[in-house]
Design a protein around this ligand. Structure first.
Ligand SMILES: Nc1ncnc2c1ncn2[C@@H]1O[C@H](COP(=O)(O)OP(=O)(O)OP(=O)(O)O)[C@@H](O)[C@H]1O
Ligand SMILES: [Mg+2]
Length: 335
């Protein structure tokens, strides 16, 4: 670590592993500060970018108080780390492997993408990218195929985030010869080496992830940051719907808004409910019904017509039909 504000240079093991040299992170050229100097974290140019990203995280994602707080903590940790390095206070690079646990559609992948931006702004990773994989991308079919597959995925993720979705599927404890264990061994080596600024995020449902980590203490001890994602409340889901509509330049009229609140209450109790993802699907279906309605009406359309989702567009959902027909009448789905 020869220069303040700059992560320790990493010696690439093989050229193929690190095709791009580190771009110089911000603040890389200042001379070391003396004992009586002060450093203003707010003046760190990275801080401005990080605050903008954090503000967007707050504005564009409803709820997620816990995840937002933890992301801010990690950002603070790295900002202070940068400040310390201005004084030549050597610290080992903080370990930022993480687990994101929570039910489906609660924002894990979305927060992963924001996390990549923040870690990149702070010079911790080389590129603000997330490479999402599941067991099938890592485990080979035959003996000797797993390690190369896993290394390939790591090479693709290198410099950014490797996001392992449903990570608990990696190990199948009931199968003695399962190749998943080999994936974990390769991952451990890479996570340990800290080479090439790789951050690994293990994502999945909370209870299964707990079992997974308990069965892999070596892994667990290298994952210091655990972020839990909660089911959204009906109110939050309503806000998420408004946000998604606004992003696409649509809006509910008052009757549609009330109908959608009813939709949410019903949908939450049905099978395969997946939080914000179900909301996104429901909105897409409402848009489809709006489009069909407008075409069928066959009249000149105003801007207002084109932007507005009406009660009819919402109530056309099979979720309402299912309620009339009883439990046998359809049930699951985001329609
Ligand atoms: N708090 C939120 N505010 C606004 N939109 C959200 C929020 N959380 C999730 N979404 C949206 O909901 C959808 C699903 O979110 P995401 O894919 O991040 O969930 P996930 O937890 O990764 O789900 P899974 O466990 O199924 O992988 C995305 O379209 C995302 O943009
Ligand atoms: Mg996801």
């Amino acid at each position: 670590m020869e220069r303040p504000g700059r992560p320790a240079p990493v010696a690439p093991r093989a050229a193929a592993d690190a095709p791009h040299p580190d771009p110089a992170p911000p603040g890389g050229t200042e001379p070391l500060l003396g004992d009586d100097d002060t450093v203003d974290i707010a003046g760190d140019e990275a801080q401005a970018r990080v605050s903008a990203t954090l503000d967007r995280l707050d504005a564009e994602l409803v709820g997620l108080a816990n995840a937002k707080r933890r992301v801010r903590e990690i950002a603070s940790l790295l900002l202070v780390d940068r400040a310390r390095r201005r004084f030549g206070l050597e610290t080992s690079r903080p370990t930022l492997h993480m687990s994101f646990t929570g039910p489906p559609g609660t924002g894990k992948t979305t927060v992963g993408l924001r996390m990549a931006e923040i870690l990149h702004d702070l010079g911790y990773i080389r590129k603000p990218t997330v490479h999402v994989v599941t067991r099938d991308d890592l485990v080979g079919q035959f003996i000797g195929h797993t390690a190369p597959r896993t290394k390939e995925a790591i090479a693709r993720a290198a410099g950014g985030i490797l996001f392992i979705d449903e990570a608990y599927y990696l190990v199948r404890p009931e199968n003695e010869r399962d190749y998943g264990q080999e994936v974990i061994e390769v991952l451990l080596q890479e996570m340990e080496s800290g080479r090439d600024s790789l951050v690994v995020v293990f994502a999945g449902y909370a209870d299964r992830m707990a079992t997974f980590f308990a069965a892999n203490p070596g892994l667990s001890s290298r994952v210091p940051h655990h972020i839990t994602f909660e089911e959204y409340t009906a109110e939050e889901l309503g806000q998420i719907a408004e946000l998604m509509l606004a992003e696409e330049r649509f809006r509910f009229d008052d009757a549609a808004r009330a109908a959608f609140a009813e939709y949410i209450e019903k949908r939450m109790t049905q099978p395969r409910f997946s939080n914000a993802r179900s909301i996104r699907n429901a909105i897409e279906r409402s848009r489809l019904r709006q489009a069909r309605r407008l075409v069928e009406e066959g009249r000149p359309l105003t801007k207002h017509d084109l932007m507005t989702i009406t009660e009819e567009d919402v109530r056309g959902s099979s979720v309402f039909a299912a309620a009339v027909a009883g439990p046998a009448g359809g049930g699951a789905g985001d329609g």
